[in-house]
Write a protein that binds this ligand. Structure first.
Ligand SMILES: Cc1cc2nc3c(=O)[nH]c(=O)nc-3n(C[C@H](O)[C@H](O)[C@H](O)COP(=O)(O)OP(=O)(O)OC[C@H]3O[C@@H](n4cnc5c(N)ncnc54)[C@H](O)[C@@H]3O)c2cc1C
Ligand code: FES
Ligand code: FES
Length: 516
């Protein structure tokens, strides 16, 4: 790492050589095909929550690589968006964000395990940016969406440019991952969508992400179980998937076989199935947990999931059994949230540009036009060029929330957001939250009255997260409010006074809030 580069403008520009944002899938895959033979083919950019920290590391470690790679942004490709039912399948566009999936009634109704996983995925800021495609192509064995999509029998739709047209191929998700960080997508292909059969209303799912703090940590182990009863006391299908215990997310078909052969619904059968799951795992020791601990967790959590679902289905051996709260057991349609997220405004496309790039967006209510480097982060633009230093910078990797801003009304971390990706959108920093006469916004006042401000470093990020919560239909329940700021760290207040401030504001509103 080059220490002299940290915290400087250079640090933030990441050395990107060019930028293109095609309007259509065919233009995007054609560009990929034409540039795939280059020594440094373009980087496909979706939410950037994986790429930004990775690129910053690479740029700091080996700046000689800077300036060699261009970005292909997916922001304007409308074919990659949307969640819809097509026949008896659910189709989810790869550009759908985790928060859009978390709030989708269709996903809650037809892919309940995925809905739970999205609920436990990182913080609001990350969920507002991270996409389904990014989480799958990233190929992490610990990805929260992986197990649920496996038990829901997902198929990945990929597209490339072949013989003068867009050519699609379908890959079962179980065959998609090849190892940590590696997947079956060819270098000149894009992931277009994921398709999964509609989960039956009578089915049950269980999911647990075992970690210290879901908003900040990836799982030590995750487990997803789906069970489809046959209506006659048996099962027509079951599926168990494990996360973070093998080089790729892992299906355990031998457990499904055992359950189908009468192992489900008895204590002995569940014990055998749980031991089988633990034997199938091949975990490693790492900073998050030892291999032995992980294997033990697989056995315990599989047992709890089986017992919990059997209890809900009325098997007498499990009367009254409730697994600990960390495990969620549910059926189709048990909505986790009652507020669908309105779709994002479509963004304008951009031709291939090199050197500085013109970007136009609305900043705190006024028009903004700047020429900036393609790799410049939004926080660099705000603090360095616009002198809007209310937006703080600390961890630079999406952990602390100090750099949060509103992007089209949703909190995101400006250290993980490329300024060029804000084209055509509306950015609000804490400076834009004040009333036009300079008076404090009601939310700021409520936080102040309740003593939710000490050194004040986290306060701008807290205000932005609070506003994002209320603007997007969040309610005033204690747990909901705590979750609203779980992506923001505060070293001073102990959080309780911040929560009191949010509670006071929720009471003042009795509903949603505007910025006026
Ligand atoms: C602070 C923090 C907390 C996190 N917490 C969690 C967590 O709790 N659970 C979890 O599972 N993950 C977590 N992550 C990881 C991360 O958010 C996900 O992996 C994310 O889903 C990646 O999606 P993205 O859209 O941001 O991808 P990007 O960063 O844009 O891209 C990731 C990779 O996918 C490729 N790509 C993206 N879309 C496509 C496409 N359509 N076609 C072809 N290639 C594509 C990119 O080229 C790149 O290689 C966390 C990350 C951070 C920074
Ligand atoms: S999350 Fe952006 S600086 Fe910490
Ligand atoms: S008030 Fe000091 S970090 Fe939160």
């Amino acid at each position: 790492m080059r220490p002299e580069a940290r915290g400087t403008r250079m640090d933030w520009e990441l050395g990107i050589s060019g930028y293109i944002a095609p309007a259509t899938l065919s233009a995007a895959v054609r560009y990929l095909a034409e540039s795939s033979t280059q020594e440094y083919p373009p980087l496909v950019w979706a939410g950037g929550t994986d790429l930004m920290p990775r690129m910053r590391m690479r740029w700091l470690d080996s700046p000689e690589q800077g300036g060699l790679q261009s970005l292909l942004s997916l922001r304007s490709v409308s074919e990659l968006s949307g969640i819809e039912v097509v026949g008896d399948m659910l189709r989810i566009g790869s550009l759908t964000t985790i928060e859009e999936m978390r709030r989708s009634p269709l996903i809650s109704a037809h892919a309940p395990a995925l809905a739970i996983a999205c609920d436990l995925f990182a913080s609001f800021q990350i969920r507002h940016a991270a996409t389904l495609g990014g989480t799958l192509v990233n190929a992490s064995p610990a990805a929260d969406t992986a197990g649920p999509l496996l038990v829901h029998q997902a198929v990945v739709v990929c597209a490339g440019w072949r013989d003068g047209g867009v050519d699609e191929r379908h890959i079962p998700l179980a065959e998609f991952w090849l190892g940590p960080g590696r997947c079956a997508l060819a270098a000149d292909e894009l992931l277009v969508a994921v398709e999964l059969p509609i989960f039956p209303d009578s089915g049950w799912v269980a999911y647990e992400k075992h970690c210290r703090r879901p908003a900040k940590d990836i799982s030590i182990v995750s487990i997803t179980l789906a069970v489809e009863p046959d209506g006659d006391g048996g099962l027509c299908r079951s599926s168990l998937a494990l996360g973070a215990v093998a080089p790729t997310p892992l299906l355990v078909p031998q457990v499904a076989e055992l359950l189908a052969e009468g192992g489900f619904g008895s204590k002995e059968g569940h014990s055998r199935a749980s031991r089988m799951a633990a034997e199938a795992a091949s975990p490693i020791d790492d900073v998050r947990g030892s291999a032995a601990h992980r294997r033990h967790l697989v056995e315990v959590l599989t047992h709890r999931a089986l017992d919990g679902i059997a209890a809900r289905m009325g098997y007498s051996d499990f009367n009254g059994y409730e697994p600990p709260q960390r495990m969620t057991i549910t059926q189709s349609g048990s909505a986790l949230t009652n507020c669908e997220l309105p779709p994002m405004t479509p963004q304008p496309s951009a031709e291939l540009q090199e050197g500085d790039i013109e970007v136009n967006f609305t900043l705190n209510g006024g028009p903004m036009r700047r020429n900036i480097a393609a790799g410049a982060t939004l926080v660099a633009l705000l603090r360095e060029d616009e002198n809007l230093t209310g937006t703080k910078i600390a961890c630079e990797e999406g952990e602390c929330g100090a750099c949060s801003v509103l992007l089209d009304g949703r909190a995101v971390q400006s250290c993980l957001t490329l300024a060029v990706e804000c084209e055509g959108r509306e950015v609000v920093t804490v400076e834009g939250v004040y009333a036009p006469d300079g008076e404090l916004h009601d939310l700021m006042e409520d936080m102040l009255i309740e003593g939710g401000v000490q050194c004040g470093f986290c306060s701008p990020g807290m205000v932005i997260s609070g506003l994002s919560h209320f603007l997007n239909g969040g309610g005033g329940g204690e747990q909901e409010l705590a979750r609203a700021i779980e992506g923001n760290l505060c070293r001073c207040t102990g959080y309780l006074r911040l929560l009191s401030g949010l509670e006071r504001h929720a009471a003042r509103l009795g509903g949603g809030v505007g910025l006026e």
